[in-house]
Design a protein around this ligand. Structure first.
Ligand SMILES: Cc1ncc(COP(=O)(O)O)c(C=O)c1O
Length: 410
């Protein structure tokens, strides 16, 4: 059992009020809140260590380099990467996917090849592949979903075939909450000689992640969704693939030797980190990982299963709402996406905000998926370690009031 009261005390923002009501933060799928240790880490870096990394012989530069590389090692350990060269700092998941589609994709995708993504991808894991398919004259194939929001794997061996060169799939859907059978997708991809890329933007913050166990070739995630700052993300690449990949961005930091005619690339992972990196935020992400590890990722997952189970049961008391995604909390993250025929999601979002509750409304950057559900948008409540059953009770009660307010004939 987590000591949620103690955890909540670590997050200063949770004690503020919104519209004279205690804040209930249920927009964690968009971005998480930050514990004081992460906030302090940023202040400490700029107060004590601020200097550029890798280039300096002076003390500050060596200290900041040590902290920066220590954070990289922490990330490697957190996802069970055997070495830290496989950890490339990016700005976010989006940049990681763009790096792979440009660096690996442009070189390895041939005309007629197939790239497989699922029907529930975030735009970040769709648009880069659309562009790659267009440029390299390949075909982008979409794996469909069932009515319950799970992947339709009935014809998976047709979808993943000898033409498939990469399968890129979301682990936990940000719109439906579905947790996908990524191990199965990964092994099917490898069987036909394709690479497997995992979009872990929603899963890495909430579920223990082991890249050696999954055997994925690429994994991306974003610091800001896992208690870390904005502007820092991670791309993991299997070492043997990393060696073969060309750089994405070029310039300073990523070169070893430069003449007026040409340049020789720096060692891994710097080869993929052109320019001054986001030093302070990388170090603060390391602090976020320390915080998560102290609680334990499996404990976090268990807490969220409990919250989800509770929320799903309470949700049954509300009529006039359609809930999307699977009902089994073991294959669903702490995300509740729902729609009412009679009320626009923005009205629901605004009503809840008046009562201090922050949820997200819209297409959640999954426009094709939302359109396929024949709705304009959904309302989404998403949980994290600091959320409680009491908050869910208040949310369900307020949602009930919202439904009555907007649908009762006056
Ligand atoms: C499943 C999924 N993939 C990718 C992203 C993109 O993350 P970022 O905006 O941090 O790049 C998100 C963000 O919400 C997401 O939910």
């Amino acid at each position: 059992m987590l000591d949620i009261k103690k955890i909540r005390n670590d997050f200063p923002i949770l004690s503020r009020e919104v519209n004279n009501k205690p804040l209930i933060y249920f927009d964690n799928a968009a971005t998480s809140q930050k514990p004081i240790s992460v906030i302090n880490s940023l202040t400490e870096f700029y107060s004590k260590y601020n200097s550029n990394v890798h280039r300096g012989v002076h003390t500050l530069s060596m200290e900041s380099t040590d902290l920066f590389e220590e954070a990289r090692n922490r990330v490697a350990k957190f996802i069970n990467s055997k070495n830290s060269e496989s950890i490339i700092w990016t700005r976010n998941s989006t940049e990681g996917i763009n790096l792979v589609s440009n660096s690996w994709g442009r070189k390895n995708i041939q005309p007629g090849d197939e790239i497989l993504v699922t029907a529930m991808e975030h735009h970040s894991n769709l648009v880069p592949w659309q562009i790659l398919a267009d440029i390299n004259k390949a075909k982008l194939v979409i794996l469909p979903i069932n009515n319950d929001g799970t992947l339709n794997l009935d014809e998976i061996d047709t979808f993943i075939n000898s033409k498939t060169k990469i399968v890129s799939a979301v682990h936990m859907s940000n719109s439906l909450g579905t947790i996908n059978p990524i191990q199965e997708l990964c092994s099917k991809a490898h069987k036909v000689g394709a690479k497997f890329m995992l979009d872990g933007a929603q899963s890495v913050p909430h579920i223990p992640t082991d890249v050696a166990d999954i055997d994925c070739d690429f994994l991306v995630f974003s610091g800001h969704k896992m208690l870390g700052p904005t502007g820092i993300g991670v791309l993991y690449v299997k070492p043997e693939i990393l060696e073969e990949m060309d750089p994405f961005l070029t310039g300073g930091e990523m070169v070893l030797e430069v003449s007026y005619e040409k340049a020789k690339w720096n060692e891994l992972p710097m080869k993929f980190e052109a320019g001054t990196p986001n030093i302070a935020d990388a170090i603060a992400l390391g602090e976020a990982i320390v915080y998560l590890e102290n609680i334990g990722m499996q404990n976090i997952r268990n807490h969220e299963i409990e919250l989800t189970e509770y929320a799903l049961s309470k949700f049954k008391s509300l009529d006039k709402l359609t809930l999307f995604g699977p009902l089994d909390p073991l294959i669903r993250g702490g995300i509740l996406s729902f729609h009412s025929e009679d009320i626009h999601p923005h009205d629901i979002g605004t009503f809840l905000d008046h009562e201090g509750i922050a949820i997200r409304t819209g297409h959640h950057c999954t426009m094709p998926l939302i359109r396929s559900l024949n709705i304009p948008a959904t309302s989404r409540a998403s949980f994290y370690i600091y959320n409680t059953k009491d908050e869910i009770d208040y949310f369900i009660n307020t949602l009930g009031n919202a439904i009555r307010y907007f649908t009762d004939v006056k």
